[in-house]
Design a protein around this ligand. Structure first.
Ligand code: NDP
Length: 398
């Protein structure tokens, strides 16, 4: 019996619940808990499999402990917000349950992306014989596994990685983010850091711009360098990596709106006084922007997320590109969500399957590249996200 407790009934939580129900041979019982129970019920109503719904405030450790004790899951899948990572890990430790998430912890008051807070739980999880799997989404997540695949099968030594994330889809809205607007804007507006010659180099947000010719008919698009958390764990666990960069596509329209919103102070994350009330401008902006969930039926086009890894094979320089293509409309037909939530939710479920079936096991806190990529990628393709490997090709210099 593998009962699972999913926390967070947003875009990703919806996909995770659909996909756990599809894999009912592994997930024999499902509970979906979130701050607003009506959102859990709406997801459960879409699914032809029993899903129990519960209201929980995941900022409150005693409340989480009570919920976990009552539900007795084998695993908690955290797809709430990064702010809740530590409280949910605390509750898992207190109740002796394994933990999985898709995004690293962030303190509410600073947009600071690093694994230090969660890595600090390693000994406590190890001593209790529990497992915690961090960042089991697409990026972080599958991009870590693609890098592990390159290291296992295609290169003897990896020297450089470029993680390249394209959303070539269109939702027709003047400005919207395709996952939680607050988290998305905090990430995009943070200063850029990349890894070069054994150190992090910082540059202002979105100042390094290139063009990349994407495969599968997507064609050339502008990409912008930004910081992304998987680089931190990859350079730690694969120390031959000398240079690591992360790139993402943004339309001119998105950047134009973002610039204006930043200039007028709407992306600020500190509290301001407004009509006798304390408000955080970015949280107010989130309330005005379209709910990413509402973009599902509107979004057309595809995503292409992959890793270009360069290094040595048999003493010769070699490059390999590993990527996935995902179609927004096909995702919506299957699980009522666009491809961004789909490409995050499916790997979360695949990570959970790896843990519950014992294919990935360990006591402590782990990142995705620390395990064998083969069983994960085989299951990922079966569950809707196949991948392509291109060996050789023009040497990429970004
Ligand atoms: P949403 O905002 O759509 O959903 C978040 C859900 O968490 C909401 O249902 C929200 O409740 C719930 N929640 C928030 N705070 C609490 C709380 N204190 N207690 C209980 N529930 C709470 O976000 P997404 O689904 O888009 O993203 C989910 C996670 O996935 C995020 O951590 C995000 O960073 C991560 N992500 C990872 C990616 C990857 O590739 N690795 C890519 C995209 C996202 P309510 O409905 O009441 O607001």
């Amino acid at each position: 019996m593998s009962k699972v407790l999913i926390i967070g009934a947003g875009g990703v939580g919806g996909v995770v619940t659909h996909k756990c129900a599809q894999a009912s041979n592994v997930f024999t019982a499902i509970t979906l808990a979130s701050r607003t129970e009506s959102k859990c019920r709406a997801i459960a109503a879409e699914i032809d499999y029993p899903v129990k719904t519960v209201q929980v405030n995941a900022d409150n450790v005693p409340e989480l402990i009570e919920l976990i004790k009552r539900e007795q899951p084998r695993l908690v899948i955290n797809v709430a917000l990064p702010y809740q990572d530590l409280t949910i890990m605390d509750a898992c430790l207190a109740t002796g349950v394994d933990y999985l998430d898709t995004a690293n912890y962030e303190p509410l008051e600073t947009a600071k992306f690093e694994y230090s807070w969660q890595w600090a739980y390693h000994d406590r999880f190890r001593e209790k014989g529990l497992m915690s799997l961090l960042g089991s989404g697409f990026d972080p997540g599958v991009t870590n596994v693609f890098t592990a695949l390159a290291a296992k099968h295609y290169l003897d030594e990896i020297h450089e990685i470029d993680i390249i994330d394209a959303n070539a889809g269109n939702h027709g809205q003047p400005f919207a983010t395709n996952f939680n607007p607050e988290i998305n804007i905090r990430e995009v507006t943070a200063p850029c850091r990349h890894w070069e010659n054994g150190q992090w180099l910082e540059t202002p947000a979105l100042t390094a711009k290139r063009q990349y010719d994407f495969p599968a008919g997507i064609g050339p698009m502008n990409i912008y360098r930004m910081y992304h958390e998987e680089m931190e764990s990859l350079v730690k666990h694969i120390p031959t990596i000398r240079k690591a960069q992360f790139w993402m596509t943004f339309s001119d329209n998105y950047l134009k709106h973002l610039e204006v919103l930043q200039n007028v102070g709407m992306t600020r994350i500190d509290e301001i006084e407004f009509n006798g009330q304390r408000i955080v401008p970015l949280q107010f902006l989130k309330a005005l922007l379209p709910d990413p969930g509402s973009l599902g039926p509107l979004t057309k086009g595809r995503t292409c997320i992959g890793v270009v890894a360069k290094g040595l094979r048999n003493g010769e320089k070699k490059q390999v590109y590993i990527y996935n293509i995902c179609d927004h409309e096909l995702c919506y037909q299957e699980v009522k969500s666009q491809a961004i939530s789909y490409t995050t939710g499916v790997p979360a479920v695949v990570g959970a399957i790896m843990m519950l079936t014992g294919k990935w096991r360990g006591a402590g806190v782990f990142n995705m590249e620390q395990f064998d990529p083969d069983p994960f990628l085989a299951t990922l393709a079966e569950m809707g996200l196949p991948w392509t490997v291109v060996e050789g090709g023009d040497w990429l210099e970004l």
